[in-house]
Design a protein. Sequence first.
Length: 59
Amino acid sequence: MIEVANIPVIEIMDSTQPGIQQVIGFDNVAAAQTMVETMITRGYKILCISLHEWTNEPN
């Protein structure tokens, strides 16, 4: 529907896939790798990853 609406589209998302027209996005895997490499370069030896599932459901 958006493709045939003849309006400008800018998609903002966490994706590496091509968008409809213009995309502002980021690659979560590349971002995590850069973050860990930076921490190792700065001398951190103990790294912890805490994952939280995001939902719209109330707690």
